[in-house]
Ligand binder design. Structure first.
Ligand code: SF4
Ligand code: SF4
Length: 135
C-alpha cells in the first residue's frame, strides 16, 4: 500500500461530477480530503490517497483524462537556501531520504523528487527553511 498527497484543480465544468467518488469505487482507493476550497466556479481539493501504487497511478490517470489538474504535493515542498543552516536535523527525520548531507562540504541538499510531502521537516527545521506553499 502507498499513501500520496495530491492537489486537484477543478474547472467549473467539472465541479458537479462525482469524480473523487469514482476513483474510490473504480480503483479501490481510500481518499481523505485534507482541505477543500471549491464552489460552482471551480476550486481545489487537497487529497491524501491510499491504495496499491498501480491503482493510484490509474486513478490519477483517470482524473487527468477527466480534465482535472493533478499535482503531487511534493512539487510544493521547497527549501529556502538562504535560511538553511545545514544543521542536519531534516536528514535524520525524513522518511523518504529526501535530504543528503555532502560529506565533504557538510551542506544539506534537498532532493524534491524523493519527497512524499509528509510535512515532518516543516515542523522540525529550526530556522523554518522548509516550506509548503499550496494555497
Ligand atoms: S533542518 Fe532546516 S536548517 Fe537544518 S539542514 Fe534541514 S533545511 Fe537546513
Ligand atoms: S516533507 Fe517529509 S518527505 Fe518531504 S522532505 Fe520533508 S520530511 Fe522528507
Amino acid at each position: 500500500m502507498a499513501r500520496r498527497k495530491y492537489l486537484l484543480g477543478f474547472s467549473p465544468a467539472r465541479v458537479g461530477e462525482p469524480i473523487t467518488y469514482m476513483i474510490v469505487k473504480e480503483f479501490d482507493l481510500m481518499v481523505n480530503i485534507l482541505r477543500a476550497e471549491i464552489d460552482e466556479r471551480g476550486g481545489r481539493l487537497l487529497l491524501e490517497i491510499e491504495g496499491k501504487p498501480h491503482k493510484i497511478t490509474s486513478g490519477v490517470k483517470y482524473l487527468k483524462e477527466k480534465g482535472v489538474e493533478v499535482k503531487e504535493l511534493n512539487e510544493y515542498v521547497s527549501k529556502e537556501e538562504e535560511r538553511c543552516t545545514h544543521c542536519g536535523m531534516c536528514v535524520s527525520i525524513c522518511p523518504a531520504d529526501a535530504f543528503e548531507m555532502d560529506k565533504k562540504t557538510y551542506k544539506v541538499h534537498f532532493k524534491s523528487d524523493k519527497c512524499i510531502a509528509c510535512g515532518l521537516c516543516l515542523d522540525a527545521c529550526p530556522p523554518n527553511a522548509m516550506k509548503l506553499r499550496i494555497w
